[in-house]
Design a protein around this ligand. Structure first.
Ligand SMILES: *Cc1c(COP(=O)(O)O)cnc(C)c1O
Length: 409
């Protein structure tokens, strides 16, 4: 016999998935309704409207792809890239490599430029590569969770717009935790995920794109067999599931019967978005900055150092250098086992060298920051490391006491 499911209570301080808002989880326990039930269609329409606020856009096309964050990026790329199209990917970490991978599998001729992990590109470096490679699309990650660095986008977006290059952004780790202005920064298409700063479980990828992109996607429309296809489109999108020409019609007035929308995820997304709108974007971003500052000051007071160029640091991820001689993985597993605190390890060349700490969404709150700092200090000492004892919590306390804003968390 299997026992009833019972999962541990964790303090999740990773760059995702983060803790879900209790109100989101509550919304997700609502009964199932049919995908074409007028009450359900009304929720879809509300979500489309609410997404405008989080993406800071007036685009008409805002909806969610069912799948994890990368499904949104893959859907955008699959639906925009045709065989041999040139795509430029400036990469400065693991998720830039993911964009190369997706573009390549979508049939693109991929050009990439890369930056040492821990730094980002100057706009001129990207502009020079655009001029050299003459791409149809530039695809870039806004915040690299693998390095804790954030690429400024406005100047690159402006140049792309002026030169008729499509600008696609992965804002999975930044949206609603760091400033992101789709229209102002001339971003043509963007994708995010639910399990990071939206504080909704993983499983949906909200996207937004403008009229120009919509037109390109619509030109490739081919409706699934049996749903009234009139003719074959030689330019049809290779994937059926991730074909935005069909998905936009499911979310639009056509209500094309493409897939069955993820009912419970949609409830969760709607509640997550409602809470963001209620909190207000500016307040939310300030809250993320405050908790990030408490983490950074606490960690420094302990005597540890932060990885990466501080001028491009993400407010949602802090990468901490593992002190020389200390077994970073042993500290991480002790954090989880003894204190139920989860932080992330690293990828590639940074494996074992840094700990990655997230301050995202519902996880970005005082209780979590204090718990993280005290547990980290204890685990470093227990593993033979040296720290300035007792300083971290005092530094975090000082950050919170000098803040006059009142936040929910
Ligand atoms: C987490 C993350 C992803 C991947 O998200 P999945 O939901 O695991 O598909 C993509 N890009 C960035 C920048 C991320 O931080």
């Amino acid at each position: 016999m299997y026992k009833e499911l019972n999962v541990p209570q964790r303090t999740i301080m990773t760059p995702g998935p983060v803790e879900s808002e209790p109100r989101v989880l509550r919304a997700m326990s609502m009964p199932i309704i049919g995908q074409f039930d007028p009450s359900f269609l009304a929720i879809m329409d509300e979500v489309k409207e609410m997404l405008k606020y989080v993406f800071q856009t007036n685009n008409a096309q805002n909806y969610a792809v069912d799948g994890t964050s990368r499904s949104g990026m893959e859907a955008l790329m699959n639906s925009l890239i045709e065989a041999g199209d040139k795509v430029l990917v400036p990469t400065y970490g693991r998720f830039g490599n993911m964009l190369i991978e997706i573009a390549d599998r979508s049939g693109a001729q991929v050009h990439s430029i890369s930056k040492e992990w821990g730094k980002v590109f100057s706009p001129d470096e990207v502009i020079e590569a655009i001029n050299r490679t003459n791409p149809k699309i530039v695809a870039v990650v806004h915040g690299e969770t693998s390095t804790g660095c954030m690429q400024p986008l406005a100047e690159i977006g402006k140049y792309c717009r002026e030169n008729n290059v499509l600008f696609i952004v992965d804002a999975v780790a930044t949206l609603c935790g760091a400033e992101f202005k789709m229209d102002e920064w001339c971003v043509d298409a963007v994708c995010t995920g639910t399990q990071k700063c939206l504080s909704v479980p993983t499983g949906m990828a909200p996207i937004s794109y403008n009229e120009k992109v919509e037109k390109m996607i619509t030109e490739r429309k081919q409706v699934e067999l049996g749903l009234g296809r009139d003719q074959d489109n030689p330019r049809r999108v290779q994937s059926n599931y991730l074909d935005l020409s069909q998905i936009q019609e499911y979310w639009g007035s056509g209500r094309l019967n493409h897939h069955t929308e993820a009912t419970t995820m949609l409830y969760g997304l709607r509640e997550g978005l409602r809470l963001i709108i209620e909190e207000g974007m500016e307040t939310r971003l300030n809250r993320h900055r405050l908790h990030e500052k408490a983490v950074v000051e606490g960690v420094k007071a302990m005597g540890l150092t932060i990885f990466g160029d501080p001028t491009c640091k993400m407010p949602t991820v802090t990468c901490i250098n593992v002190p020389e001689g200390l077994d970073g993985e042993a500290v991480r597993s002790m954090l989880l086992k003894e204190f139920s605190v989860e932080v992330a390890g690293a990828f590639g060349a940074l494996k074992g060298k840094i700990w990655r700490v997230g301050t995202m969404g519902y996880s970005a709150r005082k209780k979590n920051v204090y718990t993280l700092l005290s547990a980290l200090e204890a685990c470093i000492i227990a593993n033979g490391g040296t720290v300035n004892r007792g300083e971290a919590l005092q530094a975090a306390l000082a950050v919170y006491q000098s803040n006059s804003e009142v936040y929910w968390y």
